[in-house]
Design a protein around this ligand. Sequence first.
Ligand code: ATP
Length: 919
Amino acid sequence: MTTSSPAVQTLPTRDVFAALDTSPRGLAPAEVALRRERHGPNELPRARRRGWWRDLAGQFTDLFAVLLLIASAITFLAYGLQEPRDTGTLQLAVAILCVVLLNAAIGFVQEYSAERTAESLQAMVPHTCRVLRGGERQELSARDLVPGDVVVLEAGDAVSADCRLVEAHEVSVNNAALTGESDAVGRTRQPVAAGPVLEARNCVFMGTDVVAGSAKAVVFATGAATEFGRIFRLASAAPRQRTPLQRQVASMARRVAGAALAIGALLFAVRLPAGEPLVDTFVFALGVMVALVPEGLPATLSVSLAIGVRRMARHHALVKKLLAVEALGSTTVVCTDKTGTLTQAEMTVVQVWAGGIRHPVSGVGYAPVGEVTDSQPVRELLREASLCCDARMVPPSDHEGWRVLGDTTEGAILVAAAKAGLDLTAEEASTPRVTEFPFDSTRKLMSTVHRDPHGGHHAYVKGAPQELLARCSAVVWKGERRPLTEELRAAVISANDELAAQGLRVLATASRSLPDGRPTQDEAESDLTLLGLVGMLDPPRPEVRDAVDACRHAGIRIVMVTGDHPLTAEAVARRVGIVRQPAPTVVTGTRLDTLDDDALDALLAGSGELLLCRVSPEHKMRVVTALQRRGEVVAVTGDGANDAPALKHADIGVAMGVSGTDVAREAAVMVLLDDSFASITTAVRLGRSVYQNIRKFLIYLFSHNIAELTPILVATFAGFPLVPITAVQILAIDLGSDVLPALALGAEPPEPDVMDRPPRSRRERLFSTAVMGRILFLGGIQSFGVCAVFFWHIHASGIPYADFTKDDTVYREAITMVQAGIVVSQFFNALAVRTDRQSVFRIGLLSNPWLLVAGCFGIALMAAISYVPFLQTIFNTAPLAPAEWAVLVGLGALLLAAEEARKGWLRHRRPADRREGAQ
Ligand code: ATP
């Protein structure tokens, strides 16, 4: 059999198996191995990577690089024109070129590693599919599919290979990835006329999604042989996109570059009339301009965002876009599902109710060990409910106990049936399923139609009690079928409420006889006879309570959005701490439908406890939109295929990595590897800390720029003929001493009080007044220190200003002290910016060892510049005496002390001030 038989769509279903050399039971393991060898893994060949040299070349085309390259070229030219030639000019030209090269190297390595991170994160969410092999249903990696495999598809699944349908129940697919057509299209299993396979309505294709229904299909093409493989080559990297934060920083950097240009021009204008040679003055002004450009900033920013992404991944939250890291920090509302996110999704049926009598069920988990009390009257209920299930019980293996393959709600029903002594395989064989109407969370029902061994057919229906009860006309009461009177209906509702109030998830079961096996959905799901209710326990996740508390503390509102009964929802919400007040606001989907947008806005306006129950994914979407209208930053969880619109629309769509469908995972920007609500809280905490860290290194970098510029301005206006710090020295500080501490600040662990503040306002700018104030405060102190040491040293020598030359030892010592002064005070500055309000001694001076290592490296480099003769000639520096170092250390410590005093005053003045940015 060839991989893509052109006629596969024209064959009747029974011939499809023969044509693809397989069977309805799937392939045998030995055959799988052979085919795997023949066809290779089910993967698309990667597009050839863009050549690395092109990525590298790209680094030289951004604004800063171009600006610096021009500056370097002019400086080289100036060196050529100088009479006599000054090696200092040549050194400057080379230094600027080095800056460009170094930056390009950092940017290139950083981008390459970001790409690798994205790839490895993708690999962490395995793409799995369900197949029948040797009659067994298995879940395996989509990579392992081979032609001839029989796959089982459900709403929300991504199709992993090209397949011909052999069974189809109300199936529709979204072929947008292949055809660009985003409307769902129906699929059938019936043969169609020959023609392009892409148009065959009985085939589904790799890269598309099942949006409704369920199906079985036989794989006829895998990997590059699929239609998708023919048309597309996998792009190796996601398109680069910038987050608002990156844009803010880039625009700030551009403004600073503009200011640097203006300052350079100003210095040129002031110094020229003083009689200095034109070329020298020009080179000097250019040097100052280059020195003030914040070259390393964009790379440092990307690195710290990437660190955030990696940290989140370590805490089970995979962020697919950098944008989410930023939005996470300002999240104000989390709309969360219940099952699996707040609870463990490990369902155990603990009560069966039928005909007014409760039957407790013993045992916990999926092992069929336990008993249904007085099981005889409820055996029929459990038999029919379990025949209406798609899940499978998987017996224990060496490393795992009993498991459930598929929906855990259904798994619990199967386990209860087994506890009641039912042999499910035998039941399935004697009452085969002929058709089905799959579960969907808007209808909240599922039904299957079975052939009765004694003739005729039956529909078995299970689902949310309210929905099912509305379709029942009779009830089995004390062993007899009775009309569903108002009185009996009330009895069922009250039994349901009682179970729900205990926090149990409740499903009802009903059935009816049918004249034939091909009813419409409406026929199968109307005029039903109710058999009873099944109540299952789903214990809360132990870690959620603390996470909920943390959110509450951090001013984040949690809204529970569930398809479940209000009483179940409330009981669970109480257990995990989402509800504490006696009367939370509980709104059902039916009530939401009656509200117009204004009424909905009013409902969401308060900050009170809110539970949205019995809602459908469409409601979820409406609530997300309404919250965003109010200016909230909304994170929303989802798992089903029809949660995709809400996930896409929210600021942060969060999909479940374990229980979520492929479609939900595709639509979300964050995937939780463990499905737990606690991971959302951790991601928010890390998101907030990323933002804080970025502020820290911005304050750190910009404050020292002030300290580099001020002495130059002061000297110029004081009439001192030389500069207190040369451009080459400034470049040595920017690229030698400052880059590593800035990176280490970007990797600071979250501050202990990061979740004690309300969310950052969306309108708050990165460079807020508070941040600018702090830059001026720290930069001011540093400037004062270095100006003081420079002029003190110059004045102490007693030499008049006009007599100073570049080669003067006193001048060389003085400029060495300025450079060393900045480096040393930056060491203390790095410690000072680590906290906003808290004392840095409280978080521990040693708690970011990398920062200390980076700071010490900067000082060691400075010492080398001061003492190593070769470097002395390059930088025109001189050896400093121990006493001079001591003075510089004293000035640095003064900066830390002043900052500690400011923080102390802030804490004293506004002890209860919990505003973000109160720094
Ligand atoms: P949660 O917030 O608990 O995660 P949900 O929003 O995911 O709930 P759905 O899965 O849409 O809720 O289920 C809604 C209701 O449909 C459930 O309360 C239950 O009564 C019913 N239900 C759930 N799963 C099934 C199923 N497999 N077959 C029939 N009915 C089901």
